[in-house]
Design a protein around this ligand. Structure first.
Ligand SMILES: NC(=O)c1ccc[n+]([C@@H]2O[C@H](COP(=O)([O-])OP(=O)(O)OC[C@H]3O[C@@H](n4cnc5c(N)ncnc54)[C@H](OP(=O)(O)O)[C@@H]3O)[C@@H](O)[C@H]2O)c1
Length: 291
């Protein structure tokens, strides 16, 4: 199948490219230098030139603080950008796969969110991603919207410049003690697992909205603790009081998703988050040793 991956050089996009290439698909990599989501004419021209049968969009504006400062630009990319992609995909009879977020929820449920739960985003980013989802659903039939959470992978997140695991290793080198907040609960998700899950799902043609994260949950503190434990890194780790790192942007304190729709299809192949973290750290070790 001919597949265009938008945001192909990103943290998740790069793993999606690898997964589809391994599957024998013809992959066209569309990075920001080739496509601008907020400009309809560019989206239309690039997609008509490349003629994909399926588009996987991982591109977004998702640095929370930047989104708060630039709400119009954020909505242009994460909302109108998805309107543009949906309109062109519909004309081309192309399948659209879009990555969305756990931040469409406010966290008040304090139990894993299902796809049927009512979204209530707390910040500009979450609102803009929800508007993107709504454009897709109102324009298209042949779509997969995949909401995920706390992703990390071998390529750093371009919008944030790092992933959480590597940030912990960096701090362990620079400081005598690491302090991490314990008041936000999520499910860290390894991009390799997520890319495989997306590949499997897209082969079903069971279009719709899906949650896809690893299994289980933890706070950022518990995640950091597990990173240090598995890697046998010796450093003092303490729970930080939330007031030590006051969040500049409102965010859900609980954003665990349940992969309910995948489970209903008997297709949930996401591992436990601790198993996935071990896999990531093994791959990381292997890459380091082979350098
Ligand atoms: N990171 C997380 O923890 C997390 C959690 C839940 C959901 N998500 C969602 O997962 C997706 C992938 O995240 P990621 O961490 O892989 O992102 P990433 O590494 O920051 O990559 C994003 C990609 O999008 C491109 N891009 C940004 N604005 C664009 C625009 N206007 N037009 C075209 N391309 C544009 C970026 O290009 P440049 O860098 O060159 O601008 C980059 O290639 C996003 O949709 C995000 O909302 C992420």
């Amino acid at each position: 199948m001919k597949i265009a991956v938008i945001g192909a050089n990103g943290q998740l996009g790069s793993e999606i490219v690898s997964a589809f290439l391994k599957n024998g698909d013809d992959v066209i990599e569309l990075n920001h230098d080739k496509i601008e989501l907020e400009k309809f004419e560019i989206v239309e021209r690039v997609l008509f030139e490349t003629q994909p049968e399926m588009i996987v969009n991982t591109a977004a504006m998702h640095n929370l603080e930047k989104c708060e400062k630039e709400p119009i630009k954020t909505f242009m990319v994460n909302g109108i950008g998805l309107r543009n992609l949906s309109l062109v995909s519909k004309i081309m009879n192309c399948i659209l796969v879009h990555i969305s977020t756990d931040y469409v929820f406010d966290g008040r449920k304090k139990a894993p969110y299902l796809e049927s739960d009512y979204p209530a985003p707390l910040n500009v980013y979450g609102n803009s991603k929800l508007s993107g989802e709504n454009f897709i659903c109102s324009i298209m039939q042949k779509y997969f919207i995949v909401r995920t959470s706390g992703i990390y992978g071998s390529k750093p997140c371009r919008a944030k410049g790092h992933n959480f695991v590597e940030l912990i290793f960096k701090l362990a080198k620079e400081q005598d003690e690491i302090r991490v907040v314990d008041n936000e609960v999520l499910t860290p998700t390894y991009t390799v697992n997520l890319a495989k899950q997306i590949l499997n799902l897209t082969m079903t043609k069971k279009f719709g909205l899906y949650h896809a994260t690893s299994q289980g949950k933890c706070s950022w503190y518990e995640f950091a603790k597990k990173v240090l434990q598995i890697s046998e890194t010796k450093i003092k780790l303490s729970k930080a009081d939330p007031s030590e790192f006051p969040a500049k942007t409102a965010r859900p304190t609980y954003s665990v998703l349940r992969n309910y729709n995948l489970q209903n299809l008997n297709m949930d192949c996401m591992p436990d988050w601790e198993v996935a973290l071990k896999e990531y750290l093994n791959v990381r070790d292997y890459i380091k040793k082979s350098r």
